[in-house]
Design a protein around this ligand. Structure first.
Ligand code: MG
Length: 255
């Protein structure tokens, strides 16, 4: 069942989303060679807690970190670690959840570490642009959910990338994961009709190489099978009367 949110609830989700966006602003300058993902995780928790929220992912299904930090060929659910040290040319995705007064915000950014290749920049940019293109064109009342999924798939595949099938976006609200699931692929014109007050976490996860992924022995870390790079971009949005509002971007953020 898809739970549409009231104006009061959306206001709280806006607050939660704002705190998530602040984490990216604070952490991006720290995504530099020599920093460990444990250090980034600690910093993220400080930003979330100092703004009156709690890190949503901490303990979720037993997840040990405050946020998920995934480097290079890790697609999602990377566990922050003192042993994972960022180095020049890496890419790092920060997947951040914050719960504020009982409501969740969820978003992800992939950042370059120092100088990266043109090919790597293109992967990061395509992942971000697939989100914005799909949402700008399709996120409005009356459209179908899979119109968004289809647009993400098209945008990425036209540029030579693949979209893993096992992980999806999701509805969000009091719970981190609510109905509906939002795949990053599929035919247009299917699934629920979008309606005002639906809150959706849309999150393209994009592979540079083949589509396959596998979960490591820690039970969390998901990597590409071929060891090639992957990127992840996500925002929580709300469907409004005539379109959408992103809840996890700052007013001065480019999009
Ligand atoms: Mg999510």
């Amino acid at each position: 069942m898809i739970i549409r949110k009231s104006m009061r609830e959306i206001e709280l989700m806006r607050e939660a989303g704002h705190i998530v966006a602040l984490v990216f602003k604070e952490l991006q300058p720290h995504c530099v060679p020599g920093v460990t993902t444990a250090e980034l995780d600690k910093l993220a928790a400080e930003v979330i807690k100092s703004n009156g929220a709690i890190p949503t992912f901490k303990g979720y299904g037993g997840f040990p970190g405050n946020i998920c930090i995934s480097v290079n060929d890790t697609l999602i659910h990377g566990i922050p670690s003192k042993k994972i040290v960022l180095k020049e040319g890496d890419i790092v995705s920060l997947d951040v959840g914050a719960t504020y007064k009982g409501y969740c915000g969820d978003a992800c950014r992939t950042f370059p570490v120092g100088k990266v290749t043109e090919e790597t920049k293109r992967l990061i940019l395509t992942t971000k642009e697939s989100f914005w293109t799909a949402v700008r064109e399709n996120a409005k009342p009356g459209n179908r959910l899979s119109d968004i999924s289809h647009a993400i798939q098209n945008y990425c595949e036209e540029r030579g990338y693949t979209l893993p099938r096992d992980y999806t976006g999701h509805g969000i609200g009091r719970e981190l994961h609510e109905d509906p699931y939002i795949p990053n692929y599929g035919e247009a014109g299917h699934g629920p009709i979008l309606r005002e007050g639906m809150c959706l976490a849309i999150e393209p996860m994009v592979n540079q190489g083949s589509v396959g992924t596998r979960t490591m022995a820690d039970g969390w870390t998901v990597k590409t099978v071929d060891g090639k790079l992957c990127a992840h971009y996500e925002n929580t949005i709300v469907i409004t009367a005539d379109g959408f509002e992103p809840l996890t971007v700052l007013p001065d953020e480019e999009w």
